[in-house]
Design a binder for this molecule. Structure first.
Ligand code: SF4
Ligand code: SF4
Length: 81
């Protein structure tokens, strides 16, 4: 999963781009729900939020590294639900 760092300027550009509805306004900055972030696997070749973020504050979460297979399984779980 990806994560949003405290450099987020709350511009709201990323939220509507997420195909999994994983992004929401948090208490101070926008947040990504790691249970819903597939790094866009299953939908797009590139993480859509990273493409649009004007301040590049959406890196890979080092605490939540996942293989492409795990991300695809998550995508299938989400879309089946
Ligand atoms: Fe959503 Fe894709 Fe960004 Fe994950 S990488 S938060 S699935 S837009
Ligand atoms: Fe924050 Fe970047 Fe999303 Fe804007 S696009 S709300 S700066 S994470």
């Amino acid at each position: 999963a990806l994560m949003i760092t405290d450099e987020c300027i709350n511009c709201d550009v990323c939220e509507p781009e997420c195909p999994n509805g994983a992004i929401s306004p948090g208490e101070e900055i926008y947040v990504i729900d790691p249970a819903l972030c597939t790094e866009c696997v299953g939908h797009f070749d590139e993480p859509q939020c990273q493409q649009v973020c004007p301040v590049d504050c959406i890196p890979l979460d080092p605490q939540r590294e996942e293989t492409r297979e795990q991300l695809m399984e998550k995508y299938q779980r989400i879309t089946a639900a």
